[in-house]
Write a protein that binds this ligand. Sequence first.
Ligand code: ATP
Ligand code: MG
Length: 332
Amino acid sequence: MTRIFSGVKPTGHLTLGNYLGAVRRWAQADQHRADALFCVVDLHALTVEHDPARVRRLSRQAATLLLAAGLDPALCTVFVQSHVDEHARLSYVLECTATDGELRRMIQYKEKSMRARAAGESVRLSLLTYPVLMAADILAYGTDEVPVGDDQTQHVELTRDLAVRFNQRYGHTFTVPRATRPEVAARIMDLQDPTSKMGKSHAATAGIVYLLDEPEVVRKKIMRAVADSGVEVEYDRVEKPGVANLLDVLAACEGGDPVELAGAYDSYGALKKDTAEAVVELLRPVRERHAELAADPGHVDQVLREGAERARGLARPTVDAAYRAIGLLPPG
Ligand code: ATP
Ligand code: MG
């Protein structure tokens, strides 16, 4: 059976981009067709300036939202990365497989390190090595497919390179995974800055729709989205990135084609209004289910405990094999 792994970082509240680009597909398709593991990758949240209590809180909230979005523990494995030691164990071995040059070339490292420096913060070493830990997350489970948004494809490419290199040098150990991208909504843009990706860790929140935003807040953010010059509703990502983004969101919500949808509108206002309503309706059941689940943290804890146990059992043989292959003496 196909093995799928994917994750979400507790670096902020989950966004519409996370939902449309990743989580919705995990819930509606991936968990039904494969042996899928979905992880709150909390170790990755420590790669940038963080508040310990907030990371803990966001980890629980992310796990709760994954369940609220429809991940079913009877169908898939939901767990927290730091509950399974194998990720960090394997990461070290993969650090001995990767080079610093290939990590410095990662676009996200360049962007996030630049942002940290601009804010007067130092850049954590773990921000550089982050893609190696991500490779460990994926390779520990013999993963075939990694469903991710566009921003993560470069990291999955690196994971493939590391797996191939390790296998060639030390003998076949890892399955070589591939990224799968959603047909729509692979890259939802910030409503206030439609040339940059909507990201949950971004400081400016006016252009970000969070899954737990109240309907009124969702409406306001979408109605105030930056529109482009001109009046004609056209799908042109280069000339009209703001309008194209709204069309992408509406198409992702309603299942249409953004280019065709453009033809149905003769004003930005009407497009915004329909997009706002579509998003409010899309998020309504997730918010409602989240409220129910949040009232029963014991249930979420139990799901995470059982998920971690299963994940550990799956990862350990692969990580042990990697340790042996690279030359480490097994304990007697
Ligand atoms: P951060 O700003 O901390 O990187 P993020 O919003 O990018 O947060 P991640 O935890 O890095 O979220 O990614 C979780 C999943 O959501 C990944 O599969 C990623 O590709 C996808 N994703 C993130 N942002 C978007 C977006 N704007 N559009 C579509 N998919 C997205
Ligand atoms: Mg990201």
